[in-house]
Design a protein around this ligand. Structure first.
Ligand SMILES: [Zn+2]
Length: 59
């Protein structure tokens, strides 16, 4: 699965839970950026093998 962001071909390794729209599957880099927004939670997928974004590290 590819990152949902335009012009990004990285593997999607996080699911973004976004209060104001549908969930998106994105790469670690985009998850890091998106999770800085109020209310957005980046959930690592089983395939995630990179560092978790700040605030999403529960393991
Ligand atoms: Zn991306």
């Amino acid at each position: 699965m590819e990152c949902a962001k335009d012009d990004c071909n990285d593997d999607a390794t996080f699911e973004l839970h976004i209060p104001w729209k549908a969930n998106e599957f994105v790469c670690a880099g985009h998850a890091r950026v998106a999770s800085r927004q109020e209310g957005v939670v980046a959930d690592p997928l089983d395939t995630a093998d990179e560092d978790l974004p700040d605030g999403a590290a529960n393991q």
